[in-house]
Design a binder for this molecule. Structure first.
Ligand code: PLP
Ligand code: ZN
Length: 416
């Protein structure tokens, strides 16, 4: 098993063998996994995929493992929900949510990338996995390392939400809070990765790790009945997910699972106004972004110097899409709008995506009569701080029927 050719530099095209490396030693460009698509085309059909269990490994031939997964067997195949109510609220006719708020086991799409990274780390013979994280990756790596019986070191900015901190520590990892932003954490981790023989999932294992995000896109295509949406809105932190969803659509075209002409999806990037280097570059029409110092409640997206920012900008531009940002207040509104219309509780990143979708529709950038997918990437139970004082207080009564009926009267409801 295994259809990986090797690694290739995205800038100069130099080829590298399958090793735990992420940067081209000649031009410092990022390395990307390459596949034998001609071989994959022979073995992977819609029927073969449909006959497999509902998890991300139904697309295993397009994942960068040589021996198949050893962790994360239940990750993926999250619901694609037809969002009639939210569609009505936004004035569009064909709206879907890809809902990784209910990803197994740690409630964000990071379970996908980590399932690949930890399986790959085992293939490479590492006994310790590590990461720099804005929160969700920390949860996913800690859980996956626990189930794999591996040692783990996890580095986060010291001011993350309690749900993300406890939701990491519970797995018995070595969690290190660093005074500073994610970008400071990442810089430190790059130094640590140079010195210790650990599998840093988003540093030396990054080319393999990032491929896991493609399954988010494969699933959308399959769940829409083997077609791509006309429009997709994707939250951006490091900018990897948006580029990998685009790659997933192109690969399905390349191996003949969908018609080439059906690949006209427009990609829209979403960020918080308090950390929007990629959005700013798209709006200014520049190829390069300016790093920023993040200040937003969307901590999972708070990367001021996005590793894949350049490629995210390219993906958005080439697809004919756009990028937009929302304020912290609009993020909270987005979270509540999604919850009240669709019964889905997303985290701050999802509030960003919903808020940006609303804006793009209002601006007329996304038309009302074509298919639209909103990417929901994480769960609201992890970022409850964002809603403290922003939802209605619940009412407290003593345990008497009369007290309850007094409350009903107060609400103007009928009392029987
Ligand atoms: C990490 C993360 C993202 C963004 O992923 P990138 O690939 O870094 O752009 C989006 N949503 C959530 C909830 C995340 O945790
Ligand atoms: Zn290079």
């Amino acid at each position: 098993m295994g259809y990986v050719k090797g690694l290739r530099c995205r800038e100069c095209g130099r080829e590298y063998p399958k090793e735990p490396i992420n940067i081209c030693e000649f031009c410092f460009g990022p390395l990307e996994v390459t596949y034998q698509y001609d071989e994959i085309r022979k073995v992977l059909s819609r029927e073969v995929i449909a006959s497999r269990p509902p998890n991300m490994w139904r697309y295993a031939e397009l994942m960068p493992l040589d021996n198949g997964p050893t962790v994360g067997f239940d990750v993926g195949f999250t619901p694609l929900v037809r969002a009639h109510n939210l569609g009505k609220a936004l004035g569009v006719s064909e709206l879907y949510l890809k809902n990784d708020a209910v990803s197994h086991p740690t409630l964000s799409f990071k379970d996908r990338v980590v399932a690949v990274a930890v399986s790959k780390a085992r293939e490479f013979g590492f006994d310790t996995v590590a990461c720099a994280s804005t929160g969700n990756l920390a949860n996913a790596v800690a859980a996956s390392a626990a189930s794999a019986g591996m040692n783990s070191y996890i580095f986060i900015p010291s001011d993350l939400e309690q749900g993300k901190v406890i939701g990491t520590q519970v797995f018995g990892t070595h969690l290190v809070g660093v005074l500073g932003s994610y970008d400071d954490v990442n810089r430190l981790c790059t130094e640590i990765a140079d010195r210790y023989r650990w599998a840093f999932v988003n540093i030396n294992i990054r080319p393999f790790y990032a491929e896991g995000s493609k399954t988010f896109g494969y699933e959308i295509v399959e769940q829409m009945g083997w077609r791509v949406p006309k429009h997709i809105v994707v939250p951006m932190a490091g900018g990897s997910l948006i580029t990998k969803i685009r790659k997933s659509f192109k690969e399905f075209q390349e191996i003949g699972l969908i018609e080439p002409e059906s690949c006209g999806t427009r990609f829209y990037g979403a960020q918080a106004a308090g950390c929007s280097p990629i959005v700013t570059a798209v709006k200014n029409g520049t190829d390069l972004f300016k790093p920023v110092k993040p200040n937003t409640i969307a901590k999972s997206l708070a990367i001021g110097n996005p590793a894949d920012g350049f490629y995210a900008i390219q993906a958005i531009k080439q697809s004919g899409g756009w990028a937009e940002e929302v304020t912290d207040d609009e993020i909270v509104e987005g979270i509540k709008l999604l919850a009240e219309t669709e019964g889905v509780f997303t985290e701050t990143a999802g509030g960003v995506t919903v808020g940006v979708t609303k804006k793009l529709i209002e601006q007329g950038r996304i038309p009302g009569d074509e298919s639209i997918v909103i990417s929901i990437t994480g769960n609201g139970l992890k970022t409850q701080e964002a809603l403290i004082g922003k939802v209605k207080e619940h009412q407290v009564i003593d345990s008497k029927l009369s007290s309850f009926e007094a409350l009903l009267l107060e609400k103007g409801a009928e009392v029987w």
